[in-house]
Design a binder for this molecule. Sequence first.
Ligand SMILES: Cc1cc2nc3c(=O)[nH]c(=O)nc-3n(C[C@H](O)[C@H](O)[C@H](O)COP(=O)(O)OP(=O)(O)OC[C@H]3O[C@@H](n4cnc5c(N)ncnc54)[C@H](O)[C@@H]3O)c2cc1C
Length: 397
Amino acid sequence: MQHRIIVLGAGYTGAIAAGRLAKRLRREDVAITLVNAEPDFVERVRMHQLATGQDLKPRPFREMFSGTGVEFRLGKITGVDVDRRTVAVVDANGAEELAYDTLVYALGSGWNAQGVPGTAEHAYEIASRPGARRLRERLARLDAGQTVVVVGGGLTGVEAATEIAEARPDLDVALAARGGLGDWLSPKGRAHLRKVFDKLGITAHEHAAVTGVEAGHVTTADGKAIPAAVTVWATGFAVHPIAKATALEVTGTGQIVVDGTMRSVSHPDVYAIGDAAMAMGPGDKPLRMSCASGTPAAWQAADAIAARLTGGKLPNTPIRYFNQCISLGRKEGLIQYVTADDRAVQAVLTGRLAAVYKELVCKGAAWGVANPTLGLPTRRRRVTGERAAGPAVRAEA
Ligand SMILES: Cc1cc2nc3c(=O)[nH]c(=O)nc-3n(C[C@H](O)[C@H](O)[C@H](O)COP(=O)(O)OP(=O)(O)OC[C@H]3O[C@@H](n4cnc5c(N)ncnc54)[C@H](O)[C@@H]3O)c2cc1C
């Protein structure tokens, strides 16, 4: 009997994990199914580019996974039952339940309105493709001189503000940050960010916690109103509620708690990767929601599953950070080098070279997804099957 592996979500991490599993396990021994709500890969790291009118290369999953040993299923996951080991899927033919022996949960995240009044009604988001398309249409209808406020001074907010200002120099673009502009960067990194903001004419509202969004403006904690014909909400990501509704151990925000092999600490036949997982990184700090840590987490999960199923050696590579690659429009960039636990060090790369570097990183990430089994040595091992049957066992049992 084949061991059934279901991977939920074909974003950066799910697609990579599915391809790697296919390279690691003998085809006769496993049935690997990858389920995703959309038929093509969404390059989330380019949503600010999509929002500013750039077109992204279509990457259909059926083509990508053809002949790889991974079956792609188009469908929306509506629930997971970790005790019965089933997932509920709705597709064009209706609702269905799929049974698994091993589950890889990689459903990613969406925008995080953080309960701020008015966001749902008035703000735009770029954490998803529909959100980015909606913003694209709205920006295209703005007249010269109109105001855009990006809320959120993190990586996504900074990338969005610079991209919009570069694409639409006729607009009045501002960024509202809870802290100082780029306050997590090194002094050189901060100085470069300020220089690019000045060049692009972006107003930085620092130490401005936005507490409300209304038609035409946002309000801050100190009572200021900042004019905003369009408000772009970029204050971090929130996970989908599916995991929280299961018996899996999750954090207060709904991320699945996993160990160093990305295995659920409560249900050993479930693995979680990417934004959906809460894994500890170097310095006992949780890994942040990013491709930078999600990609190695996907490799780790696939290798751990393969090792456990075949009696091989468990992977033990610590997941660490090297740099933060920040686009500042198409012509400028900032590569901030960091410690293993993601703290800025002195070294930075700036300017056109940094923009090219960032572009190569984005291209490389998409290439890894689009060619799921290329560039990886084939080491297909026989599944011994000892964990293929039997009831789900809680890790602490
Ligand atoms: C504008 C922007 C810029 C970014 N820039 C960077 C960057 O420079 N560097 C970096 O490291 N990170 C960056 N990120 C973060 C990065 O995109 C995410 O951390 C990464 O996409 C997470 O990968 P994932 O596989 O966990 O989830 P995702 O890539 O979000 O994939 C999740 C998949 O699950 C599918 N899915 C969701 N719900 C369901 C359902 N119910 N049923 C079926 N399928 C479902 C989705 O369609 C999607 O295909 C950026 C994000 C944004 C929005």
